[in-house]
Design a binder for this molecule. Sequence first.
Ligand code: GCB
Ligand code: CA
Length: 879
Amino acid sequence: MNQLKKLVTIIVCILPLISFSQRIKQSINTSWQFHKGDDDNANAKGYWENVNIPHTWNAEDVMDDEPGYYRGIGWYQKNIEVPKGWKDKDIYIYFEGASQVAEAFVNGTSAGTHLGGYLAFSFNITQFLHEGKNEIKVKLDNSHNPDIPPLGGDFSVYGGIYRDVYLVAVDRNHFDMDDYASNGVFISTPAVNDESAIVQVKGKVDSDRKIKVKTYIYDAEGKEIALSQSKPDKNGHFIVQIKNIKKPNLWSPENPYLYKVVNVLTDEKSGVVYDEVVNPLGFRWYHFDAEKGFYLNGKPYKIMGASRHQDFKGMGSALVDALHINDVQWLKDMGGNFLRVSHYPQDPAIMEACDRLGILTAVETPGNNQITESEGYTCNMLDMQREMIRQNYNHPSVIIWSYMNEVLIQPLYKDKMPEREKYWKNLRELAQKMEDLCRAEDPERYTMIAYHGDFDLYKRVGLIDIPKVAGWNLYQGWYGGKFEDFETFVLKHHQEFPLKPLIISEFGADSDYRLHNFKPTVFDKTQEYANLYHEAYLKTIKKYPFIAGAIVWNLVEFGNESRQEAVPHINNKGLLTTDRKPKDSYFIYKAVLAKEPFVKIGGSDWLYRAQQADQGSNTNATQPVNVYTNQKEVKLWLNGNLVGTKNANDGKVIFTCIFKNGINTLKAITNDGQEDFISINFHVIANQLKSKENIFSTLNVSLGDQRMFMDDVTNESWVPEKEYTAGGWGYIGGKIYKEDEKGDRYGSRRNILGTAYDAMYETQRVGLKAFKADVPDGLYELTLHFAELLSPEQQEKLVYNLGNNAGQKIRIGGEHSFDVSVSGLVILEDLSNDNDLIPITAYKTKTTVLVKDGKGISIDFIPKLGDAILNGLQIRRLY
Ligand code: GCB
Ligand code: CA
């Protein structure tokens, strides 16, 4: 008994000692009060809303039809209880990131302010805390601020405390906690090869005692492989070099072997441990060669990867760590070896995952689109770069520090040459300052600026000369030009800057995963066009060793409130959708990059299809089917019958499949036994709608369209329009709506209000006389879809073009007015811009139609003013 008591006493005595040695980092994410707006009415009921962090106030308003989103002030508050055991400690509040100007208050006193929404910051709040309950308030402001990057760009600037918040309690004697929210210890490997390595550990301690720093290195199994001791100088600085690391296990994407460096701060005399900091360590060496590309650990190594924004469907930027980590895993599974962390530094969970999974990275500050020629802006750019480097210095995954993206894309001072030259000069000077800062902070790593495709402009301004690596964002065959122009461009760079290593820092094409066309055209937003784009680019990227790397824009679709197009508010260039469903383009890369054997039947996200029957048939429809694989050979079966056996070419096999009406199963097997299976619900539309072999049920037609559209909420499939043929269906007369009569793009690119089916409403047949469908007798429901595609701005432009109407008040209505009759009965009288045809707004109406005497459905469009229009039509058999 006595013995036990003694033991307990000993343990109780030791406990505080042990806990003293540990830094305590504890999240305080739960149960904050949030108020959108300024804090002038803090106590009113209903004023505060309960939220957990990560939180953003823009998750919803970036997606609604109202233009703009809230960029202003938001307040957070929370009461915290400080544990008694923290009495003698230094206490910090640590934010992984909050957007974008933050000021924290403790018990009513300001503890500090931080500018910029994408980097961590912390405040020492010890002096403001007292025993018991303490009130924390955080004021955030995501207003546009000319001195804070980003000034603009193709992404939403979500506001809020959207990353984790912690309290950190540490002994008064600790590693530096006031160095740009870094952990006060900086690890580098001044020399590494297969045989040996040198590790350098630098840092600073904050202490007024006689102390020493012990530096341990452990391997991945936890075995201590080195220990070194050092004594900080009078300013607290210490530096150690550990020279005798033999046969280091090298870090690479294929073998992301991580060591750990543990720095321990102890009292020189008593040996009491005050503080301890743990950092990852990876041994790797690398360099860029302008002629031969990138080398990792002495071997040529092609960088292939993607960029990634930090948002997710419905959540804005407020993501839990698991969602960040999953994205790195998606990239890894695709066979990618590189992440461009752009256009701003992201959650620590991303960087840690890149270290662990073996993904090389470039991290960049958000100097996007343009700069402000002010001292404030310059200062903030430099500060962000410094924060970024110090916070991420120890990640073995980082090989490039970037700054600036497409800074010459805005046509600023277009016709004012002296101002323009001055802007260019200031820009160049700022870039040089950023470059100098990177080289001073971290001479080992590379630097990069990403330029848009205006070669001569960047050359003239002198921006290509500044960083160690040139990043080009290239979109030939998307925003303009042809695929071949991509090759011409990189060759030009290589010729004019033979000493400047080159990375394709962006390339990509939008696709709405619901849209398909086997004869795709540029900007039609089909998956098939995006696939062609990626395949064409891949060929060139593979061909030239001097292309050190290529980075897809983008791994995931992401939010930009002001984008319109097929999916408003979303940039659709992702290989994954905003809720992380892979498109076929993802598998194009996986097939050429991934080492693990795999096979995937294309179109696995298109399980409800509709297509007009093949000529002469009422029941069969032919489609190509792609199979993606990194294996040699694929066999494909359709409904149990072998379609063929083919060798893969660049990771792909194309089969021709004849589908039947109803459920079809596809099964692919590779030579090494990898299998994939999908089941497609195929709606074959008979050529003769009265056919007994394929009884008519539904027809969904997108007018003015050449694409197929799958609505994955209702599982309805839409087919493109066609001209009427006897016994079948189709329009009579009219033409496809085009914004630019001469161009090859059809449809509008505007956000169509009041619908999620923008793509269908964006296309239109103009001036049609009739639409006929020779359906069998029965009772039908007919739905007609309209949207006035000429928006006020466009009408204004047309009027202006005519010249003589300038200055006249523009009448929005009156462009279209027409009647619609079904079998001679007027169902819509005088449909016009004065009533339901509101610019860029979806309007639909349905009616029942009794079809008898074998007459089918016949819809007539009778224009009264301008042309009649029709955007979509659905016929559904009731009885
Ligand atoms: C770019 C920009 C990026 C955009 C992308 C696009 O060049 O750097 O921010 O999202 O183009 O999709 O247009
Ligand atoms: Ca349409």
